[in-house]
Design a protein around this ligand. Structure first.
Ligand SMILES: [Zn+2]
Length: 104
């Protein structure tokens, strides 16, 4: 039997139930915000992202850099702006990884 699921459905690792992802936010100490979703069946939680003030600031910069890149009118400026965006993206990724290990 073929069973189809919504695209955003995930399989719970713990109880093997499929459920629709509903991301929620939890505020922790030191301005840390954790985005997570949990299984309605067993309550097993999955962390989507953990951000602090610095990371959220960087994410805003990243969004700005992205729209700046998308508004580039010449190939050359697009290339330059894309490089900047990629660099920023990498630094945000590193920051997020670090903060996640701190939370654990
Ligand atoms: Zn579960």
């Amino acid at each position: 039997m073929v069973v189809s699921y919504e695209m955003n459905d995930v399989l719970c690792e713990k109880c093997r139930t499929y459920y629709a992802v509903e991301v929620r936010e939890k505020k922790e100490a030191k301005g840390i915000v954790i985005q997570f979703f949990s299984c309605p069946n067993c309550g097993n939680a999955n962390v989507v992202s953990a951000t602090n003030k610095t990371i959220r600031q960087k994410l805003r910069e990243l969004r700005k850099a992205r729209s700046f890149y998308e508004q580039a009118t010449t190939h050359r400026s697009a290339q330059r702006r894309f490089e900047k965006y990629t660099q920023l993206h990498e630094s945000v990724k590193r920051l997020m990884l670090r903060s996640e290990t701190k939370i654990e």
